[in-house]
Design a protein around this ligand. Structure first.
Ligand code: NAD
Length: 346
């Protein structure tokens, strides 16, 4: 079942975790270990329709974590945990402690953290059992994610010959924690902001505080804009939205922006520069990693600023080799992953 699964990519380990007393049914996938034998990735709690769906999710997401950590230059491999259940109705402290025992049982090979359906408070509950849970103490990672997206967006703009953001129209879909932080940076550079959000008060704040223009969610992508910054949910770029899009650059913080990988080819042939999401939004992961590897906030900022250089390299490789930015990012991830092992061995 696993070795033949579509999303299986030579994953090193997949653990099935069951605790009948608490009702825990969970999967932990370690895609690759880092050079120090550790792999990190949040734990999700989702009411999956089937076990196959949960397995597919944990395999796919853990692989994504390997690439994300490698490009960000972290000494970590990629892993992920998923708990099958409804976070609103099925989550209990006993369940979180049972999950923590499963994590502890892996002896530090898997380090868990927050994700969809799992909060900092849940991680704090897990920390009563295991030291291999982070994200409850480092503080909100969102401001660092916003900073990384900002410097990454500037790198994308520079690649397209835009050296000054003054008067450049940037559309931000989702002005929540990441999107609003990004909007503040862009406002500081004199960019013209077009914003949309299903939460009216979030939009009103951006309009009042940052002089942003409001646009409807439904027709957002057809708005006149130079740069599109997706900062809400994933899957925003699909075949239909691509046809509507006016922006020539996509650089935003949302995870899994492309509904399918093949869209990266369509973006390239349409002349739209795409900043791969897992590269540009790694600031939050770097923040969480600082709790594992114990480095300072200044170091977190320095590492986050390097996202700009990584993206510039990816754009250049994409141009020179005639490959998509997604393919160029994957090449960089694999190279940096090998390099991190070589550095650790030296
Ligand atoms: P958030 O919940 O604070 O903000 C998301 C905003 O999007 C909210 O204001 C919400 O109302 C809005 N929204 C939801 N659905 C929408 C829709 N259909 N159309 C328009 N707006 C919609 O979340 P966040 O932490 O800012 O994360 C935003 C994105 O960035 C997510 O995809 C998340 O996975 C990703 N991300 C976040 C971090 C982080 O550090 N917070 C790190 C990496 C990636």
């Amino acid at each position: 079942m696993i070795f033949d699964a579509v999303s299986y990519d030579d994953h090193e380990q997949v653990a099935f975790c069951r605790d009948s007393a608490s009702g825990l049914r969970a999967l932990i996938a370690i895609h690759r270990p880092g050079p120090k034998g550790r792999a990190l990735g949040g734990c999700r709690m989702v009411n999956y329709a089937s076990e196959e769906e949960a397995l597919d999710d944990v395999l796919r997401l853990s692989k994504g974590m390997t690439y994300k950590a490698a490009v960000a230059g972290l000494a970590l491999g990629g892993a992920k945990g998923v708990i099958i259940g409804d976070p609103l109705n099925d989550k209990t402290p006993e369940l979180m402690r049972a999950m923590a025992r499963a994590v502890e049982g892996l002896g530090g090979r898997y380090i868990t953290s927050v994700d969809v359906g799992i909060s900092g408070a849940d991680v704090a509950e897990m920390q009563k059992i295991t030291k291999y849970a982070v994200g409850a103490n480092a503080g909100d990672p969102s401001p660092m994610t916003s900073l990384g997206v900002f410097v990454g967006l500037k790198a994308a703009a520079e690649h397209e010959g835009i050296t000054d953001l003054k008067g450049v129209r940037v559309g931000i879909l989702g002005v929540g924690k990441v999107g609003y932080g990004l909007a503040e940076y862009l406002h500081g550079e004199g960019a013209e902001l077009v914003v949309s959000d299903t939460n009216k008060s979030a939009v009103e704040k951006a309009v009042a505080q940052l002089g942003a223009t409001e646009a409807p969610v439904e027709t957002f992508l057809s708005e006149d804009m130079d740069i599109f910054a997706p900062c809400a949910l994933g899957g925003i770029i699909d075949d239909a939205s691509l046809k509507l899009m006016k922006a020539k650059i996509i650089a935003g913080g949302a995870n899994n922006q492309l509904r399918r990988d093949g869209l990266a080819d369509d973006l390239k042939s349409s002349g739209i520069l795409y900043a791969p999401d897992y590269v540009i939004n790694a600031g939050g992961l770097i923040m969480v990693d600082s709790e594992v590897d114990l480095y300072s906030l200044d170091d977190v900022r320095d590492r986050t600023m390097k996202i700009a250089g990584s993206l510039a390299e990816i754009f250049k490789a994409s141009d020179e080799k005639g490959i998509t930015t997604l393919a160029a990012a994957e090449e960089m991830a694999k190279r940096r992953y090998s390099e991190s092992w070589a550095t650790a061995a030296a």
